[in-house]
Ligand binder design. Sequence first.
Ligand SMILES: Nc1ncnc2[nH]cnc12
Ligand SMILES: [Zn+2]
Length: 350
Amino acid sequence: MCQDVTRDFLKALPKCEHHMHLEGALTPAVLFKLAAKNNISLPSDDSAFTSAETLLQRYERFSSLDDFLHYYYIGMSVLITASDFEALAWDYFEHAAADGVVHAEVFFDPQAHLSRNVSYETILQGFNAARVRAQREFDISSELICCFMRHLPAPDCEATFKLEDVQASYKRGDVVGIGLDSSENNFPPELFKSLYAGAKSLGLRRTAHAGEEGPSKYIEDSLDLLDVERIDHGIRIAEDPKLMERVAKQGTLLSVCPISNVLLQCLTSVAEVPIRKFIDAGIRFSINSDDPAYFGNNYILDNYIAVQNAFSLSHSEWRTVCENSIRGSWCSETRKEEMLAQLKSVVDNA
Ligand SMILES: Nc1ncnc2[nH]cnc12
Ligand SMILES: [Zn+2]
């Protein structure tokens, strides 16, 4: 740890997590337990699935986003009942609480479950039970973001978006907005214009993965064609100084996931995440875990620590990071004021 910014200080910071896929909290141990309980057969032609230990070892050498997604989609096939989804989300919230998360806006991939005949209501029932408990026991507020998988045909994404149960979840306020995830290259934002226009017309919040593996043009097009309010990852914006200027001026928040970027071979080290460039350019960003159970069990605090080790931020820079994370959250202004007061007290006492 560098200078006088300590691990305890980083832990105490009131964190907002904006980029965490609940299905990415599925550890190999739980994956094997649920596969046995739910009678799900795992691939017999891949020795990675011999045991939880071999699977964990395989997770240490992902060669790309698509290599990871192959295992990720097999993994989530063991999730069947509402209690499976609840346990998954609860596991995340326990880690989040230990790491000082006060507000979490978490992704889920309904299409990956609906295609296996798991109902949308089953998914939401489980996730909501965990969210209510996290609010009660940990004082963590949370929002759900419904992600659409860009490797699937856009009309399928739109059909899912229009399902009665899905629309009802927006109306009830159970789901605050939409996102776009999965394989990035060759699935440009323009394919999803009509989906995002539909979301905007319902008053939903909008974000999209862009510039993770894909070009910075996908970031620009997500802003121009999808009218997103946040960009997930966005690291390749560093290749386009003009776009950096624009994003800084607009105040668009990037939800950056440093350890994920290294483990998926987007970058060779956390030091290559353009954190210093973002700070110098006045670009707002939050720091997030993405899929912690797949990425070395590294949750949000591990990502904060990795950034500190690589960039030696000052107390005041951490204050700005957390303030921008709070202001870029999709919660009420009252909740933001509470979190800002918590932040002030942590920084004043450091
Ligand atoms: N890092 C990531 N990029 C795209 N899709 C994802 N789904 C889960 N994690 C993802
Ligand atoms: Zn992601």
